[in-house]
Structures are given as C-alpha cells and as structure tokens.
Write a protein of this length. Structure first.
Length: 214
C-alpha cells in the first residue's frame, strides 16, 4: 500500500486523463454518428454505401492500428497534433462507427407511421426527424450510449503504448519505478472497475427513471 500512497497523484492524474479521453470521444462521436446513421438509412445509394463501407472498415480493423495511423500518419502529412487531441481523434474515428449503428437502431425502433404522419401534416422531413424521431430515439439509446462510454474507458488503455499519460501509462510508470507488478496492476484494475461500475449504475438509474416517465 505504500506504493499506492506514494504514487496516488500519478494514478489519479491518469484516471482523469482516461475519463476525459473517453468523454470527449463520445461527445464528438455523437453528432457525427447521427449523421452517419442518417446516411445509412438514406435512399441515396452513394451516401448509404459510403457510410456502410466506413462502418465495416472501422469495425473490421483493430483500434490499435487506427491509433497508429492517426498518431504516426498525420505527422507524415505535415499535420502535428497534441497527444491528447491525437488520441481523441483516433478513438472518435473508431467510436463513430459504433455510435452510428447505435443511433441507427434507435431511429429504426420508432414506428414508421410517425414519419408518415409528420409528412402528412406538411412538415419537412428534417423537421420530423429533429422534432419527433430524434427525441424518442435518443431517449431509447441513452443507456446504450452510456455503455459505449464505459467500453471506451477500458479501450482507451491501449493509447498507453504511445506514451500517452492515461491510467494504464501511470500503472506502467509505477511498475517500472518500483519493479513491482502485481500491486500497480491490481490497483489500476480497481480504478477501471470503479469508473465503469459507476457509469453502469448511473445508466441503470437513468433507464429506470425514463421507464417511469413513459
């Protein structure tokens, strides 16, 4: 426990970095994912195929490879970004594919008759989406978005291989400084569990509240 006390601030800094990384990735991927979801259900074959190919490629390749491409590929093109921005960009690119499928399923869960009713009243298609479809779909997928947030908190641990100072990097630093493996890893696992469990419980409470409001 002396190791934990000595490196407490390092672990907390890494945990804060991890949460911010996952939070901003989810926050940015939400609107972009919504656009891709609309492209996926669009009758325009070009947009539909583009979104479908993007989703398949991202879901079919490892997150680590995508991070490497962003982290090392952009500087080769003369684009230099801060480590945090690079990590958020790479994880957002990955998250958009999953978020678009979450949002698409939410939209498709709404009865098609509501779109037809809105159009029959003379409302533009975009107005029907923003005023009728999206609010209901978003309410249905909030728990799933919370789950995506929890998943990202765990998956962001992979950015530590690039020396980005997240929670896993803090664990590696402590292990290297103390030549102790078990204690830093066990404490790191505990922090990850606390973070994801807290989010999971929060989403469960929100889901129960939304169910009551129905």
């Amino acid at each position: 426990m002396d190791i934990i006390q000595e490196y407490w601030s390092l672990f907390m800094s890494g945990a804060s970095y991890t949460v911010r990384l996952a939070f901003f990735s989810v926050l940015i991927s939400l609107p972009i994912g919504a656009i891709f979801a609309l492209m996926r259900i669009s009758n325009n074959k070009l947009l539909n195929n583009f979104a479908r190919i993007y989703v398949e490629i991202i879901r079919g390749t490892p997150l680590l490879v995508q991070i490497y491409i962003v982290y090392f590929g952009l500087p080769m093109m003369g684009i230099y970004l801060d480590d945090f921005v690079s990590a958020v960009l790479a994880i957002t690119i990955n998250s958009v594919a999953y978020m678009s499928e979450i949002i698409r399923s939410g939209i498709q869960s709404i009865n098609k008759g509501q779109m037809e009713a809105g159009r029959a009243l003379g409302l533009p298609r975009w107005t029907v989406y923003t005023k009728i479809i999206f609010p209901q779909a978003f309410k249905n997928i909030i728990p799933t978005i919370g789950n995506e947030f929890a998943v990202l908190i765990k998956e962001t641990s992979i950015v530590s291989v690039l020396g980005i100072k997240d929670l896993m990097f803090a664990s590696d630093t402590v292990r290297g400084a103390t030549y102790t493996t078990f204690t830093p890893l066990l404490f790191t696992a505990l922090i990850y569990f606390i973070l994801t469990f807290t989010i999971s419980q929060g989403m469960n409470a929100l889901e129960r509240r939304l169910a009551r409001s129905n």
